[in-house]
Design a protein around this ligand. Sequence first.
Ligand SMILES: *Cc1c(COP(=O)(O)O)cnc(C)c1O
Length: 452
Amino acid sequence: MAAAAALRYLRQLPDRRVTPESADLSALSGLDEPFPSAPMEPAEVIKLMDHLGTPATVATSGPRFFGFVMGGTLPAALAASWLAAAWDQVASSWTASPIGAAVEKLALRWLLEALGLPPQCGAGFVTGGTMANFTALAAARHALLAREGWDVEARGLAGSPPITVLVSEEAHPSVRKSLGLLGFGRHTPISLPVDQQGRIRTDSIPDHSGPTIICAQAGNVNTGAVDPLSDICSKVAGTGAWVHVDGAFGLWAAASPGRADLIKGIDRADSWATDAHKWLNVPYDSGVAIVRDPEPLQAAMAVNASYLAVDPDRQPRDYTPELSRRARGVEIWAALKSLGREGLEDLVERCCRHAKRFADVLSAHGYRVLNDVVLNQVLVDFGGREATDQVARALQDDGTCWCGTTDWQGHHAMRISVSSWETSDADVDRCLDVMLRVASEARTSPHERGRL
Ligand SMILES: *Cc1c(COP(=O)(O)O)cnc(C)c1O
C-alpha cells in the first residue's frame, strides 16, 4: 500500500501545484489527537498518512521548485532508498553491514573521481552540508593542533594554542555554525571581504602566522560564484594554513569538464564539504565530508570501545560524528551508477543551461539580473523591493513554480535555483510565461493603477 501511494505521488508530482492548498493544510489538524491507547493496523496508519500527509507536502522534488537549493530525487536513488530502508542496515562497520561498508567505499572512490579530488582522500557520509562542514573542520582542528603538540580530542580547547580562523564574508551560515559547535565561536573568525559576485578577494587575506584555517566556498548560495581557489591556495602555500571549501552544491561543477575554469584549484584544498541531496539528487538526508589526509579525520571521529569489533577494512563509523546510522552510501552509489560520468555531467550542464535561459529571457524583457550566471543560480530584481516581493508572492500563489527572495549587496532579488534532474525545457518555458505575466502585472504598480 505504501508503495502504491508513493508511485501515485510520483506520477502526480510533475503536474501538481508546487505548494499545498490551504484546505489541505487545515486538514492536517486531523492528525492532532491525544497519544492513542489502542493500536492501529499498520495499513490503516499508512492510509491515514497518505490521506492527510500527501496533500500537505511541498513539491520540492518536482521539476518546478526553484527555492533554496534543493534538488529532486533520481529514480534509481529513490528506489535504492526504499530497498535500503527494508534492509535497515547500520552502516557503522563491516561486521554490522558488509553491504553498507562496501558500498560507501565504492561510492567514495567514484565521488572523488567525479569531483576531481585526490584518490587517497578520506570521507564521512553525513546528514548534509552543515554536518559535512562540521566534520571536515573537526579534522582541520585536530591536524593543526596536533602539529602544535596538542591532542584536542583528549584535552579540549581550553588552554590550547590559538587557531586563527578566516571566513569569507559570504560564507554560508552553516560554516559559522560549525565553527561554533567546534568551540571556535561563531563570531570570532576574521571575515574576508568579497567582490561583486561574492568571491573572496585574495588580496584581502591578511598575512598570518601560526595555526590557521581558511574557509572558502565553491557555489555561493545566491550567485553560484566560486572563490578563486587556485589563487587562495597559492597565496597560503607553505604557511601550513588549512584550506577548507564549502562546496555544498558548487563542488558538483567539477563533474562537468566545461566548468573546469570556474572550479580551478579545487583539488589543492585540504578539505571539502558537499551535499548529495542537492545537486546529485539523492533523497534527504545526505552529505559528504571529504579530507585530503584521512588520518586527522579518523583521529577526530573514531570511537573505541571494547565491544566494537576491530575489522581490517575501512570502518564507516571512524569518519563520522554518528556511530549508528543508515547506509547513506547506497543512494549515492545508485545515483552515480545510474547516471555514469556522462549522465552526471549532463545533469549539471542541464541545470546550468536552464538557469541561463531564465536569466536571458528575463533580462531580454527588461528585468535586471544581478549576478553572472556561472552555475545554476539566478538573482532577478523586478524593479525594487516592493515589485520583487510582489512578483515572488504572485508566483508562489499561482502554484506553477516556487522561487524565494533574498538580499544581495544592497538589492532585493528573487532567487531562481535550478537543481532538479527533472526540470525540462518545457518546464522552464511554462515558468517563464508565469513569471513574465506576474511581473508585468507588478510593473503596473498599485500607485500607477490608481492613476489609470
Ligand atoms: C545548503 C548549503 C549548506 C548547508 O547544507 P545542509 O545540507 O542544508 O546542511 C552549506 N553551504 C552551502 C553553500 C549550501 O548551499
